[in-house]
Design a protein around this ligand. Structure first.
Ligand code: FBP
Ligand code: MG
Ligand code: MG
Length: 343
């Protein structure tokens, strides 16, 4: 594959390498990509299309929905419900799994998505994104009746594909099917994603961290220790100065980490304890962890590898610490030391 390859070409080539591929997966990704192009168009036009501001509703998580959250969710559903690739879908914006409408063909895959990530950034014209994860649906696709929630409850290691789109100065799509990570940039004049970032790798070391510092007083001791050591800079135990970033859009943070390294944390804290964390396992943490690991990085809750968590709920939340491998391993070691001391 060479730079300049279109995403369509890339997908067909990749499927050729998989013996017995039916073209189903390529068809599914094409529909996901069409949804992403439509959302990109809406995000880019912003105020011109009247898509800024609140929708006046709340999602299943009790969070205020932005107009563009609702529109993006609808686009994902409509682009993916008709072609017969999917058994069902699950979204951040919907309480229950979305069933393929009666009369439409059903397929063997499950699609999970956060249709618009970082949507609080929409109104201030800062980067937002979409995140998706594809799983195989267990069982027989021709069985009548709705796909049960249990079909979705598979650990992240079972993902067939994960990706995100970032709607920034340019629109990019970054994805993995378990053979490394590749980035494509949307050429708006042609309407095609073109391979621009081949085999993306995360440097193992970094001098940059991302965390919402306003939660400092709620954090657990190992995270405080890590951040305290970073901000002591050259004079502290790390012996080097660190930089900090917080975009409040996980897609933007992960994209920066894939581009130049770094560590991103939305850790457990005392006010999130009851919920289990801030970020959602199945359509935020799992797809991002798959991408990060495929790029040579690491991803953990602080105590365990995110991709190995057995989900119990489609909207389950988890603490997330991901990025440059050596830094994530250091934070995990701090958690282990603290747990051993407490025991
Ligand atoms: O409000 P905070 O604490 O800055 O949280 C920001 C985090 O919440 C999220 O925006 C959650 O995503 P949604 O916009 O999809 O709810 C993450 O992308 C981001 O990392
Ligand atoms: Mg999100
Ligand atoms: Mg969202």
């Amino acid at each position: 594959m060479h730079l300049g390859t279109t995403l369509t070409q890339f997908l067909i080539e990749e499927q050729r390498r998989v013996q017995g591929a039916t073209g189903d997966f390529t068809g599914l990704l094409n529909d996901v990509v069409t949804a992403i192009k439509m959302i990109s168009n809406g995000v880019n036009h912003g105020g011109l299309l009247g898509v800024l501001g609140a929708a006046g509703s709340e999602n299943v998580q009790g969070e205020e929905q932005k107009k563009m959250d609702v529109i993006s969710n609808e686009i994902f559903l409509k682009r993916n419900e008709w072609a017969g690739h999917l058994a069902a879908m699950a979204s951040e914006e919907m309480d229950e799994p979305y069933q393929i409408p009666p009369g439409n063909p059903r397929g063997k895959y499950l699609l999970l998505f956060d249709p618009l990530d970082g949507s609080s950034n929409m109104d201030v014209n800062v980067s937002v994104g979409s995140i998706f994860s594809i799983l195989r649906c267990p069982g027989d696709k021709n069985v009548d009746g709705p796909t049960p929630v249990e079909a979705f409850l598979q650990p992240g290691v079972k993902q067939v594909c994960a990706g995100y789109a970032i709607y920034g100065p340019s629109t990019m799509l970054v994805l993995t099917t378990g053979h490394g990570v590749n980035g494509f940039t949307l050429d708006p004049n042609v309407g095609e994603f073109v391979l621009t970032h081949e085999n993306m790798r995360i440097p193992e070391d970094t001098k940059e961290f991302a965390i919402n510092m306003s939660n400092y007083r709620f954090w657990e001791a190992p995270v405080r220790r890590y951040v305290d050591e970073c901000i002591q800079g050259k004079e502290g135990p790390r012996g080097k100065d660190f930089n900090m970033r917080w975009v409040a859009s996980m897609v933007a943070e992960v994209h920066r980490i894939l581009t130049r390294g770094g560590v991103f944390m939305y850790p457990m804290d005392s006010k999130l304890k009851e919920k289990g964390g801030k970020l959602r396992l199945m359509y935020e943490a799992n797809p991002m962890s798959f991408i990060v690991e495929q790029a040579g990085g690491a991803s953990s809750t602080g105590h365990s590898r995110i991709l190995e968590i057995q989900p119990t709920h489609i909207h389950q939340r988890v603490p997330v610490i991901l990025g440059s491998k050596n830094e994530v391993e250091r934070i995990v070691a701090y958690h282990k030391e603290a747990a051993e001391k407490a025991a």
